[in-house]
Ligand binder design. Structure first.
Ligand SMILES: *Cc1c(COP(=O)(O)O)cnc(C)c1O
Length: 425
């Protein structure tokens, strides 16, 4: 499609958008009486209007039933988490038994590493991406140290080549082969949080398994954003947060995937009563017997007030389906890219640079833009003028137009504000 940088053209795309009615299902912060242009759905998704009722239902059940809500609420609390298995398995390409929800993301990755990172004196290394999300870096360091290994001997980062912004798949595969027999675990983001680069999880998983390692993914920026086929790709484990693309509210619960092939195996794990045989849970027996499936990794009884917004969100995703979201995502991101190039042409062409891969297969919702010169003041200008984006050192703004609620006209509007911001600088 040939795009045009005009309001009429953007409005025409909006009128043809098959997801257009969903925009009204979200609550937007206001700027001068208008919806902001919201680019930070990769950090905290907007609140769906229907979420409040899910929370109120739990509050009402708690008020009316108190402890009896565990079994007699309309959605009983003791197995509330099981309502996620079907809709989430569709979103991440898993079998329902491979899905569970609990805790928060870093906590879950730690718990999963208890099962999937069991270093020996000869096989103890972890491969991760260079400049992984800080929480992941701290997690890797503390895990290897906990097992008695040194950070510098055990953590192998895959680097970008000199002058390049993204990591090459061939370099990931070469590193996996190089570490070979010493490699215990590959654990990288499915989508890099900084650049928006999408990794080829299928090929990486195959390569890791070939040298005898386990392979897991941090899907914080992937869940609800890209097509995932975790079961088919034979990924060992994965976890994601629900507050980014999945719109479930600040700091909210995480989802986990454990491949079916591990369900029969007696893997080490940190156990708790919610992972114990469901039928016998309340018999309070001393011997732990895990639930078959990913639910066997549960520890505590669940924070129902936080699962409620997540359930509202997951049901919205199931209603729409990833296919439609991805179709709009591709066009919306392409339109944003077009607008950025147009603005770049209108000015002198040296103000900024898109560092996200330009191929559709290697990117998803987000475009990361490196601002040359006085980047910070331009960022401040955008924020003051109703464009919500975020700033990452040294000079990057990340623009993630979530297809659920962002419009093509938002992209046009953003372009106009960006241009004014650059010209008035
Ligand atoms: C957002 C994000 C996290 C956040 O972890 P929490 O435990 O939910 O605070 C972790 N990893 C990556 C890659 C992220 O993008």
């Amino acid at each position: 499609m040939t795009f045009q940088n005009t309001r009429e053209f953007a409005q025409q795309l909006d009128s043809q958008d098959e997801l257009k009615q969903y925009r009204d299902e979200f609550i937007f912060p206001q700027h001068n009486g208008k919806n902001v242009v919201y680019f930070t759905g990769n950090s905290l998704g907007l609140q769906p209007k229907r979420t409040k009722k899910y929370v109120e239902d739990v509050m009402n059940d708690w008020g009316n039933l108190a402890v009896e809500g565990h079994f007699y609420a309309e959605k009983p609390w003791w197995d509330y988490h099981e309502r996620f298995a079907n809709p989430l398995s569709g979103i991440v390409g898993a079998k329902p038994s491979e899905i569970t929800v609990m805790n928060t993301l870093t906590v879950n990755l730690h718990l999963l590493m208890v099962s999937f990172y069991n270093p020996t004196t000869t096989r103890y290394k972890i491969i991760c991406e260079e400049k992984a999300f800080p929480s992941d870096q701290y997690m890797f360091q503390s895990q290897v140290n906990f097992h008695g290994y040194k950070t510098e001997d055990s953590i192998v980062e895959i680097k970008r080549r000199e002058g390049e912004h993204n990591i090459r798949l061939e370099d990931i595969l070469a590193k996996i082969n190089e570490v070979g027999d010493e490699l215990a675990l590959v654990l990288i983001g499915g989508v890099n949080y900084y650049t928006g680069q999408v990794f080829d999880m299928k090929t990486i998983t195959e390569a890791g398994h070939k040298v005898g390692a386990k392979v897991g993914f941090d899907l914080a920026h992937a869940a609800g954003n890209i097509e995932l086929k975790l079961h088919e790709w034979n990924v060992d484990f994965a976890a994601w947060c629900s507050y980014k693309y999945m719109n479930s509210g600040p700091g909210n619960a995480s989802g986990c995937f454990v491949h079916e092939k591990h369900h029969h195996v007696n893997l080490p794990r940190f156990a708790g009563w919610w992972g114990h045989n469901k039928e016998r849970r309340f018999k309070m027996e001393p011997q732990f017997e895990p639930v078959h499936g990913a639910d066997g990794w549960q520890v505590s009884n669940l924070p129902i007030l936080s699962l409620a917004p997540y359930l509202a969100s997951v049901e919205m995703f199931a209603e729409v389906g990833m296919e439609k979201l991805i179709k709009k995502r591709n066009q919306l991101t392409a339109y944003l890219e077009f607008i950025l190039h147009e603005i770049d042409k209108d000015i002198d062409g040296t103000e900024f640079e898109i560092i996200t891969p330009s191929y559709q297969e290697e990117r998803a919702c987000q475009l990361s833009v490196f601002l040359h010169g006085q980047g910070r003041s331009l960022f401040d200008y955008l924020m003051k003028n109703g464009v919500i984006t975020d700033w990452r050192e040294p000079n990057v703004i990340r623009l993630a137009p979530a297809p659920f609620y962002c419009s093509y006209e938002d992209m046009y509007e953003f372009g106009q504000i960006l241009k004014r911001g650059i010209l008035t600088k």
